[in-house]
Design a protein around this ligand. Sequence first.
Ligand SMILES: C[S@@+](CC[C@H](N)C(=O)[O-])C[C@H]1O[C@@H](n2cnc3c(N)ncnc32)[C@H](O)[C@@H]1O
Length: 265
Amino acid sequence: MAEAGRPMIDVSKPNNARVYSYLLGGKDNFAVDREAVERILIRDPGLKRRARLNRAFVTGATKRAIRAGIDQFIDLGSGLPVHPWAHEVIRLGSPLARVAYVDSDPVVFSHTNACAAVEEGIVAALADIRDLDAVLAEPAVHSAIDLSQPACVILAAVCHLLPPAEVAEVAAGYMRVMPAGSWLVFSTEHITDLALRAQLAKLYGVDRFYDHCQEIVASLFADLDLVAPGISEARRWLSGLGGVPAEPGQPGYMLCAAGVKPLAS
Ligand SMILES: C[S@@+](CC[C@H](N)C(=O)[O-])C[C@H]1O[C@@H](n2cnc3c(N)ncnc32)[C@H](O)[C@@H]1O
């Protein structure tokens, strides 16, 4: 942390949250982030489109959760605020809904906390999503999320930064503590091209960019009731058609799913 409690911003290399903000047309990014994205777009022109489709999926899935009666959301790996932000969409459908944003990046937390502070029931926490106990013990999360009532856990565009075993642990861990009727809204990049994955890892400032295929995603939803149309590419999920492209014509796509914890589990 820098002086006066402000987090230090490292502009020597691209940063995951800032790169994503740029992909979505946000302002919280620097030349190093924008230049890194522009270089990758030559090889992977669908990168921006996938980021936007991911947000469209999160919007569509959270609207469905709201229609099912969910009024509390925990957004894990929430990223820098870009309009429309998750709670802006959520509160259109459920004006008193509570939203807890969780991210491990101090700059993301600082921005989110500043924006969230002006709205009752919208909170931010600085925590590693892999540490379930720490996340739930965060006073902000504790104040907004009532674990005795169904909630929607959002794990969007963050799990390709984690190995499959950790993703399984994270998804199962949160769904275990949430009551029946809770939702899991999940999306991940599905990129099979190894060389591109290495470039994306560099772009997002991580050691490795993981590919979570349909089978891995299916295993996360094994104990949940899948919401129609099931595990699908983002656009196909939104259209209700379902499925994944047989021949993507692109190096990859956003793989998405939503599920509900059944009464019996
Ligand atoms: C690509 S952004 C996704 C933002 C948002 N979920 C969305 O779908 O638009 C990924 C975010 O996850 C955060 N992140 C990565 N690993 C994390 C971890 N282990 N715990 C908490 N946040 C993490 C990054 O800091 C970044 O802000």
